[in-house]
Design a protein around this ligand. Structure first.
Ligand code: AQP
Length: 338
């Protein structure tokens, strides 16, 4: 078998992140770090889903800057822009086109049930726009355009993936086999990392309080300071349970990085005070992020290289996406281009 045929046989993985803030240790441990383990085994597309970020008001200059930074952080974390397709969603117009078509095959009732819409419309009550409502349809288009087999998702996204599968099946039933129906890919490691200030809420890059999250590019002294300030409890005991969500979160962070078991971590640190334990966590976080931050700074200096990645990968993604879009247009009866 030639290398090319082997590559073709690999399953397709699609995943993405929104440049809606500076990505956090939560995004890294829950998604990015796991992606780096898949990058050789699968045909991977890792997207910067900038169109999705528009569902919440963004400062245009900041959005552009963060999108580029996110792309560089993907590479700095270990994704390979030669083997993986790393690109901006807005550079491949097929995403928006397919989303429109799929909007016509998705029911209001289905979208009304989406819990993320309910949650985000509460959080952004001043701006409940139609994009926020149809967000899952754009996500379905992202996935289906590439005939994706597997989508690494956290629990928070499983409802959207189910909708993608329903829409794909509906379309295939109406028009014959058009889309691969994707499955969720649930990584073995990748705890849900919680806010450092409200440990019952997930760590989010768009949190208004920067002390609630560790950004991947936070310098070591900032990481130490944020962890020292992390909210804990008055039990004074290192234990892993829901009554001590702050300490539980710090243990999860520590174990996700070191891959040590929770039991042995709790046992090893059981005699420590919270202050000392926080310093142990800070040490492993700083060391984990150090190489990523160094690589990021190198990449930042090489504008030409990053520009070439942006261009080449957008072309690769567009080529694959155009094939699916052409098929879809033909099936629904849109006229051929002349
Ligand atoms: N706290 C978290 N712990 C573990 N995994 C997480 N992810 C997000 N937060 C955590 C995973 O990161 C990926 C990218 O997510 P996204 O950019 O699509 O947006 P999100 O899930 O809404 O992440 P944020 O940080 O909370 O963004 P904002 O604040 O903009 O809403 C996903 O795979 C997600 O599971």
């Amino acid at each position: 078998m030639t290398t090319e045929t082997q590559a073709e046989k690999k399953k397709v993985i699609f995943s993405g992140m929104q440049p809606s803030g500076n990505i956090t240790l939560g995004n890294y441990l829950g998604a990015l770090k796991n992606w780096t383990k898949l990058k050789d085994e699968y045909n991977c597309l890792f997207c910067i889903v900038d169109l999705h970020a528009l569902t919440v008001r963004q400062d245009p200059t900041e959005l552009r800057k963060r999108s580029r930074q996110l792309l560089m952080q993907y590479i700095a974390a270990g994704l390979d822009p030669e083997k993986n397709i790393i690109y901006y969603q807005s550079h491949v117009s097929a995403h928006a086109e397919l989303a429109w078509i799929l909007n016509c095959y998705t029911y209001m009732g289905e979208l009304n049930r989406m819990t993320q819409f309910k949650e985000k419309s509460q959080r952004h009550s001043e701006n409940i726009n139609a994009g926020l409502f149809t967000y899952p349809v754009l996500m379905a288009a992202d996935i289906l355009l590439y005939q994706t087999d597997l989508v690494p998702v956290g629990n928070d996204q499983s409802q959207h993936l189910e909708l993608t599968r329903d829409v794909a099946n509906r379309f295939n039933n109406l028009y014959g086999q058009t889309f691969t129906v994707p499955e969720g890919y649930f990584p073995k490691v990748g705890a849900r990392i919680m806010s450092l200030q409200e440990p019952t809420k997930k760590m989010s890059k768009s949190d208004e309080n920067p002390n609630a999250y560790i950004a991947l590019l936070d310098p070591p002294d900032v990481i130490v300071r944020k962890l020292k300030r992390a909210v804990t409890d008055s039990e004074g005991k290192i234990a892993y349970n829901d009554n001590q969500p702050g300490i539980k979160n710090l243990i999860n962070i520590y174990c996700s990085i070191t891959e040590e078991s929770i039991e042995s971590t709790v046992e090893r640190f059981s005699g420590l005070g919270y202050g000392d334990f926080k310093m142990k966590v800070a040490e492993v976080v700083v060391e984990e992020l150090r190489p990523l931050q160094e690589k990021f700074r190198e990449l930042e200096k090489d504008k030409k290289y990053i520009d070439s990645i942006i261009k080449n990968n957008a072309e690769k993604a567009s080529y694959i996406a155009a094939k699916t879009l052409r098929k879809v247009k033909r099936k629904v009866g849109l006229p051929n281009t002349i």
